[in-house]
Design a binder for this molecule. Structure first.
Ligand SMILES: NC(=O)c1ccc[n+]([C@@H]2O[C@H](COP(=O)([O-])OP(=O)(O)OC[C@H]3O[C@@H](n4cnc5c(N)ncnc54)[C@H](OP(=O)(O)O)[C@@H]3O)[C@@H](O)[C@H]2O)c1
Length: 349
């Protein structure tokens, strides 16, 4: 049986995303073949395509951090898992495909009746948001937080989970995202027209307890200025390294996995050395998953439960057929997206 997957053969722009048709992969021992229903599209995918995300594989590779699908075939040595069961996984790359083979240990059962696109939004975006709130920042009700990129995929997840945690929330966004941010309980700050440090000081008096910084580089420094003494910046993204979806530096075409995070490290170290009791702590979903896989599983199960109880509702900005991954990357790169882009696999078999 043939299937489609998306392949990046050179690092670069959206044109590098090629649709290939080939034989379906067969599960090896301890693996399960999953028929993908939904695969998330996120900025880390664009960064891997450009060759600058720390997790960028060597070309050729299939992008795609997260997926929800149905078990299609099981390999030797698997147990307690049946064809037809819905599962979620975060393979980091490879999810832009109709069929994927993964170790059984990577799969988390998804309760019946959930929308696959909403469920897949939990895997990368909501686990990131949940772990930063409750494991990195250990937020308490009434605390003030500033969320950068608040109308985006991780940003809207932070707002929804922050509201459940009874936080006072401020969110930077462009004017296009202001309504979404206020609807989700945040005070929007237009990062293109306002100085967010001054605006936070004006609105709060002494600054916020936590800043979630997805922009990276020298922006981390400005985020630190928005803290009250004793506060912390959770630094987790490199959005600033892209401009209109391409490398801000313009040096595309290579695999530069450590360039952006080296600068990131300098700011984190500086946060510890400078006076003012203001810390910068890094967060990485993939590192925490590798070090403590049980927490990843536990947190995803908790989030799936919140989704089932309708306590959270991921915002799906748009659904694209798998073969239109290039269009999804182009649009996400242009910006102004509120919520998550999802690739859906619909071909009947
Ligand atoms: N460390 C981890 O474990 C981890 C996990 C997941 C994601 N991430 C990182 O999180 C970041 C966000 O990913 P995502 O998928 O949520 O992206 P996204 O959906 O594209 O959202 C990014 C948002 O940032 C906004 N933005 C751009 N420049 C900004 C600035 N200077 N100030 C404030 N907001 C700005 C954009 O608004 P406009 O388009 O309207 O300008 C957009 O709403 C990425 O850097 C990604 O690599 C890290």
């Amino acid at each position: 049986m043939k299937h489609q997957r998306i392949v990046v053969t050179h690092y670069g722009g959206p044109d590098e995303l090629q649709v290939v048709e080939e034989e379906c992969p067969e599960p090896r021992p301890d693996e399960v073949r999953v028929k993908v229903l939904a695969a998330g599209v996120s900025l880390p995918d664009l960064m891997a395509r450009e060759g600058i995300h720390p997790e960028t594989p060597r070309v050729p590779f299939t992008p795609g951090w997260d997926l929800v699908g149905v078990v299609d075939r099981v390999g030797d040595g698997t147990y307690g898992i049946e064809p037809g069961q819905t599962v979620a996984a975060m393979p980091i790359n490879g999810a832009y495909a109709e069929f994927v083979c993964l170790p059984q240990s990577e799969l988390v059962p998804v309760p019946p009746g959930l929308d696959a696109a909403e469920a897949v939004s939990l895997v990368l975006n909501y686990i990131t948001a949940y772990q930063m709130l409750h494991r990195s920042a250990k937020v308490k009700p009434g605390q003030r937080v500033l969320i950068h990129g608040a109308a985006g995929g991780v940003g809207t997840a932070l707002l929804q989970l922050g509201r459940l945690a009874e936080l006072e929330m401020y969110g930077t966004c462009s004017s296009r995202g202001a309504t979404v941010v206020s609807d989700l309980g945040g005070v929007p700050i237009d990062y293109q027209r306002q100085d967010f440090v001054k605006e936070v000081q004006r609105l709060t008096g002494e600054g916020v307890d936590v800043v979630f910084d997805s922009i990276g580089g020298s922006h981390i420094w400005r985020s630190r200025k928005a803290l009250r003494p004793g506060g912390r910046v959770v630094a987790y993204g490199l959005t600033g390294s892209l401009k209109a979806g391409r490398l801000a530096s313009g040096r595309s075409g290579g695999r530069h996995r450590f360039r952006a995070i080296a600068i990131f490290g300098l700011y984190i170290a500086g946060g510890w050395l400078l006076p003012g009791r203001k810390r910068v702590v890094p967060y990485s979903i993939q590192t925490l998953k590798r070090v403590k896989p049980a927490l990843f599983r536990q947190d995803l199960i908790a989030l799936l439960d919140l989704l089932q109880q309708q306590k959270i509702k991921p915002l799906i900005a748009q659904r694209f057929p798998l073969a239109e991954a290039k269009a999804a990357h182009e649009l996400l790169g242009k910006g102004g997206v509120t919520g998550k882009f999802v690739l859906v696999c619909q071909r009947d078999r």
